[in-house]
Design a protein around this ligand. Structure first.
Ligand SMILES: *Cc1c(COP(=O)(O)O)cnc(C)c1O
Length: 391
């Protein structure tokens, strides 16, 4: 079956008792036992809940994995995936990663004796140079946040396999509609379902998907023991989002490509990063390992931070907010918001300059988004004029 059919039907068969075509929200903490000696399939909702199980099975199918696990947030899913490590182990990660993941590596893992080296996201050789005898995991985020740098997942998975190293990929920016890391050879996929999978900016959640039974056992046991599970309503909301993932992703992409092409020609803009533009340094790799380019783009403004201040104040459709992947368009300043907790030096190393604006392109009409952006940009000193495209 094709992607959109799976996202609507699988793991979500009609309720056997009532025929309800949507999976019921099993808002219960516990389940009555048969008797003292036999419990049912479900017995306590931290360990397992039917609504969560339906979500987990759909997530696994969409990522073409055997096992899905849902968590209370993307950060909780990241922490859970990292339970495959033991003190003394070493991670090689791309440098340009989600700020919260960097915080987990540096503030939570390091004190427990797990060390991390950082490689240039787009340079396979740079990852290889970081590998040590105690390296157990390569952590990839592709496309990355905020500069949409890509890592060659297939190439790195081959290198890792030869050395008995696991590969985990944070697939939040691409979504399984455009990229399926397990098919490219990765061992673990991590998501913030808060973003494209939920898709409506109304729920926080995370997921881990994988194929290996032993790794699944480790992470599932951690899920049950540490308990960072999503409630049934949150699971239901994410399932509702998943049903329209394909049509949303196609539309996010179409709008983002339209705006990326337009912004690339704008005199107030120094540079546009979007994997779907031929000018993106890894456009060829994007075409190879992704089936589309998603809805995130980042621009650098000529006028520095003052231009960023003017632009975000002048926009009316784009909300200035953290997060991404919802139906509504958002802008963020990586330097002041998402990576604001890093030192200036750490931001510089990542190429995260003050003049960047990260955009999550929503599902509004492309012409309306274009008009909003052009109006706000025309207010910048470097603006000049750029005729609307007529979208
Ligand atoms: C948001 C995000 C996370 C963290 O997810 P939460 O749901 O906010 O905990 C992890 N990775 C990426 C790429 C993200 O965008």
């Amino acid at each position: 079956m094709q992607f959109e059919t799976l996202s609507i039907h699988d793991g979500q068969t009609p309720d056997p008792h009532t025929g309800s075509v949507t999976v019921p929200v099993f808002q219960t903490s516990t389940f009555e036992r048969e008797d003292l000696y036999q419990r049912r399939e479900f017995f306590y909702s931290r360990i397992g809940n039917p609504t969560r199980q339906a979500l987990e099975s759909t997530l696994a199918l969409l990522e073409k994995g055997k096992f899905g696990l849902a968590f209370a947030s993307g950060a909780a899913a990241t922490m859970a995936a990292l339970q495959v490590l033991r003190p003394g182990d070493h991670i090689v990660s791309g440098l340009d990663i989600y700020g919260g993941t960097y915080r987990i590596f540096e503030q939570l893992l390091r004190p427990w004796g797990v060390t991390v080296s950082y490689a240039e996201n787009e340079d396979t050789e740079s990852y290889v140079r970081c590998i040590r005898p105690e390296t157990r995991l390569i952590w990839l985020e592709s496309p990355s946040n905020p500069l949409l740098r890509l890592s060659d997942i297939r190439e790195l998975a081959l290198i890792a396999r030869e050395r008995d190293i696991l590969v985990a990929v944070d697939n939040t920016f691409a979504s399984p509609y455009f990229q399926r890391p397990l098919e490219l050879g990765a061992d673990i996929v991590v998501h913030s379902t808060t973003k494209y999978l939920g898709g409506h900016s109304d729920v926080i959640g995370g997921a881990v998907v994988l194929n290996d039974e032993t790794l699944h056992k480790t992470i599932k046991n951690y899920q049950a023991a540490a308990g960072a599970i999503p409630g049934p309503w949150d699971c239901w909301l994410i399932m509702r989002g998943l049903k329209t993932l394909k049509i949303r992703m196609k539309e996010h992409e179409a709008n983002a490509l339209h705006l990326a092409k337009l912004l690339e020609r704008h005199p107030a803009i120094e540079r546009v990063w979007y994997p779907g533009l031929p000018s993106h340094p890894q456009h060829e790799l994007a075409r190879r390992q992704m089936s589309g380019f998603s809805g995130m783009l980042t621009i650098a403004l000529k006028g520095g931070l003052p231009a960023v201040e003017r632009l975000v104040a002048g926009l009316s459709l784009f909300a200035l907010a953290d997060s991404l992947g919802g139906v509504e368009s958002l802008v963020a300043s990586p330097a002041k918001m998402t990576l604001g907790a890093l030192s200036a030096e750490e931001r510089r190393k990542r190429g995260c300059s003050d003049n960047l604006v990260r955009m999550s392109i929503g599902l509004e009409h492309a012409g309306d988004l274009e008009a909003d952006l052009l109006a706000a940009l025309s207010d910048l000193p470097q603006a000049g004029t750029l005729a609307p495209s007529g979208a």
